[in-house]
Design a protein around this ligand. Structure first.
Ligand SMILES: *[C@@H]1O[C@H](CO)[C@@H](O)[C@H](O)[C@H]1NC(C)=O
Ligand SMILES: *[C@@H]1O[C@H](CO)[C@@H](O)[C@H](O)[C@H]1NC(C)=O
Ligand SMILES: CC(=O)N[C@H]1CO[C@H](CO)[C@@H](O)[C@@H]1O
Length: 735
């Protein structure tokens, strides 16, 4: 059936125009151009099934053989002239990393000349302040930060103006009496959503060597109090009055004695100002502090590479948040590595635009912005409402699109969900496979016939200008990644890392568009694997805990020697807790997580997160928590069905009902369990790794109900507690 449809479509496209003809010829061409070992085209298997009358009859030629030959010849010439060139990879894709000093467990980027790691790319960009100055030299009066009001076009603030405002704001902060000093022991809190003022405030701090401590809602009140106390923060810059009021509440309770000044981007009510007077907190509007800055303008006091730039608080799955200390040098080395990898094949230009919607409180988004500034490019902020993001994107037309797998999975689901008829679905899949064939010979483009016929709407929904997508922060499914590489026709890179190594430690190599690994070490990092005997991973077999060393590795956790010692060993290796494997071509694959491992009663080790990642691929599953106990012989699961597709999916099985009703229905549970087991089996889960019973829960695990960490990882201990009753019931039933 499939083959027939494929052939039909093939004939159809063949008869349409010379454009398609060109496409067809390309698919016959021996692939490669010296890149990789490609050869993926399934055309040979297709040919025998073509009808013999196929040859050009649809072009209705009078003397078929002769003119047909002429047509082929001229089309071949046309194709030879216009065919796309594959990207020349910067190194041999079969050897993307090389051993350091002959130790094959410890590897570094193949892009480096020797074992010395990359600290910076441009001699004049060793700090974030320098990076912005470089952008300023390139762009000057050119646009830097963009924002928009609902339904309006973007407005832009120029580089020059951003730099001026940052200097004025910084001078204003220094004019306050609340102990603000121009050095990197001085922490300034920023508690706001992404917006232009956020970036200006950050730059204001860097202009005077002060360090930034981002705060964000999902940390929770208790954690925010802990952070303000630990970092002895006296001044916090907020966006809304609510946030300021919440901080003031803590001060009134005597929880954060050092807090003495709040600066707001939004208008300030006199009530709040009065309330502040009673508890010793001065409340100011941004314009007031800017006025103060203009009256007391100071010359910049630029930071040094070894100075702290930001203390990024991350909350683990347990315990108080940890303040990751990141220097200007850490950031510069990360950005430089990206530039180094892309050099000679992808140049960021002044016209490039990135869309800022991932929280600036995390390093990922911050690194993207710094990379843009380094080239005098632009950053446009979303309106602050994720439901308007697509509209913002259509207006902004970004060329850079940073994503996390959550977002990219949504895009993937939307595309598949919008194609309902079997024929259109067949065409889509056929087109994807044709594009994937091109990809594996190194060609990335958005102007093939498939793009015109099939993918143009999808590309237009992202503004139509996207050149570069970077996904990071969580593992992405290889299926989704290679589908979108084909459908979006732009470069999609995957980065792996964590806040502790300034967000990055490995990165896809340009030209390697295969999925299922996280690329090779960045030029700023050495990566080695170390034994985990408990889990039967040994470095000599190319598997083990991923450890990172180099200029992007953080300086430790703020005022927390104990946990610093757990993460950073005496030689400066960061122990990530992730388990990796070296692939033969020098790329790294993440295979497991060191923590969260338990034994079932029959002695098998279980790594629940790995299993959850597999089950996440099931259509009806939005979230899943896999649980097991050492006294029990099998696993069970708590599943939150995906509200957007669940009802429809169940209807396909002949059962109807509301979302809540369906969650209660034992037949539905059985169907979901069967689906999960099938997906698990396909992904190679062993029988004891499959859940044997389920509970369908109609409410999402979220940060606000305490079941997820702010980085959206499951809080396993909490989940056990909340679902203890269901868990017990599932275990008692089977006995
Ligand atoms: C195709 O890619 C080019 C550059 O790579 C970009 O300028 C253009 O806007 C893209 N078109 C679409 C439809 O994405
Ligand atoms: C690198 O190796 C992995 C696993 O063997 C494979 O999937 C991938 O295609 C390889 N990359 C290239 C460019 O050959
Ligand atoms: C070169 C480098 O370090 N790149 C990393 C910088 O940070 C981004 C986002 O945090 C990572 O995804 C990159 O891998």
């Amino acid at each position: 059936m499939w083959r027939i449809m494929e052939v039909c479509f093939f004939c159809f496209s063949f008869s349409v125009s010379a454009m398609q003809m060109q496409e067809w010829l390309r698919s016959l061409r021996p692939s490669g151009d010296g890149v990789g070992k490609s050869e993926v085209l399934d055309i040979r298997s297709l040919l025998p099934s073509l009808p013999s009358s196929f040859s050009f009859s649809s072009l209705s030629l009078s003397s078929p053989s002769l003119i047909g030959l002429g047509a082929v010849a001229s089309l071949t010439v046309y194709w030879l002239v216009t065919r796309p060139r594959p990207i020349r990879p910067p190194c041999d894709l079969q050897a993307q990393s090389v051993p350091v000093q002959g130790d094959s467990c410890c590897r570094r980027s193949a892009l480096l000349k020797d074992d010395n790691l990359l600290d910076f790319y441009h001699e004049d960009t060793k700090t974030v302040y320098d990076v912005f100055q470089r952008g300023l030299r390139i762009a000057g009066e050119g646009p830097c930060l963009g924002f928009r009001k609902p339904g309006e076009p973007y407005q832009w603030i120029s580089y020059k103006e951003v730099a001026e405002r940052a200097q004025v704001l910084g001078s204003g902060l220094l004019a306050k009496r609340c102990l603000i000093q121009p050095n990197s022991n001085q922490f300034v809190g920023i508690f706001a959503q992404n917006r232009a003022e956020w970036t200006i405030a950050e730059l204001a701090c860097y202009t005077f060597s002060m360090a930034v401590v981002p705060l964000y809602d999902t940390l929770g009140l208790e954690a925010i109090v802990h952070i303000l106390k630990l970092a002895e923060i006296s001044l916090v810059i907020c966006d809304q009055e609510e946030k300021a009021a919440c901080l003031m509440g803590n001060k009134e309770k005597g929880l954060t004695p050092a807090l003495s000044c709040l600066v707001l981007f939004n208008p300030v009510s006199t009530a709040l100002v009065e309330r502040g007077k009673n508890c010793g907190v001065e409340v100011l509007h941004l314009s007031q502090i800017m006025d103060l800055g203009r009256e007391n303008l100071k010359a910049p006091v630029p930071p040094q590479p070894q100075d702290l730039a930001v203390v990024c608080f991350t909350s683990g799955t347990t315990g108080k948040p940890k303040g990751v200390m990141i220097t200007h040098g850490n950031i510069a080395s990360n950005v430089s590595s990206v530039i180094k990898i892309l050099e000679g094949f992808f140049v960021i230009r002044q016209e490039d635009v990135s869309v800022s919607y991932l929280p600036l409180a995390h390093m990922f988004e911050r690194m993207i912005q710094v990379t843009m500034f380094c080239h005098g490019a632009r950053v446009g902020f979303y309106q602050g409402d994720i439901s308007l993001l697509m509209d913002d994107i259509k207006t902004l037309k970004p060329t850079f699109f940073p994503v996390v797998p959550r977002i990219i999975n949504r895009i993937y689901d939307k595309i598949l969900g919008s194609v309902t008829s079997p024929l259109r679905r067949a065409i889509l899949h056929y087109a994807v496979r044709r594009k994937q064939a091109e990809l594996s010979s190194g060609i990335v483009r958005n102007n093939s016939v498939w793009d015109r016929l099939v993918f143009n709407k999808i590309q237009a929904s992202l503004g139509g200008n996207v050149r570069f997508i970077l996904t990071a922060s969580a593992p992405i499914s290889p299926t989704v990644l290679s589908f979108l590489r084909a459908a979006l026709g732009c470069l999609i890179f995957e980065g792996y890392g964590q806040t502790e190594c300034t967000a990055g430690c490995t990165f896809s190599m340009p030209g390697d568009w295969s999925a299922g690994h996280v690329g090779a070490p960045l030029p700023c990092a050495r990566v080695k694997l170390t034994d985990i005997p408990d889990m039967n991973y040994y470095a000599k077999n190319g598997k083990g805990e991923i450890c990172v060393q180099g200029p992007s590795v953080f300086q430790g956790y703020l005022h927390d020697q104990e946990r610093t010692a757990e993460a950073l060993d005496s030689e400066g290796w960061l122990h990530t807790g992730d388990v990796g494997q070296w692939l033969p071509n020098g790329t790294l694959q993440i295979i497991d997580r060191k923590k969260h491992i338990f034994k079932l009663s029959q002695g098998e080790y279980i790594a629940p997160e790995k299993i959850e990642n597999v089950y996440m691929r099931c259509v009806p599953v939005l979230q899943v928590f896999v649980h097991g106990e050492h006294l029990q012989s099998y696993l069970i699961g708590i599943v939150v069905p995906d509200p957007e597709v669940f009802v429809g999916w169940v209807k396909g099985k002949g059962i109807v009902g509301s979302y809540e009703e369906l969650c209660q229905n034992p037949d539905v549970k059985k169907a979901v369990l069967e689906d999960m087991t099938a997906v698990g089996k396909e992904a190679g889960l062993k029988s004891f790794e499959q859940v044997k019973d389920l509970y369908l829960h109609p409410e999402m695990f979220s940060v606000s109900n305490g079941l997820l960490t702010p980085t959206l990882k499951s809080r396993r201990v909490e989940l056990c507690k909340v679902f203890s009753e269901q868990i017990q019931r599932m275990y008692s039933k089977a006995d």
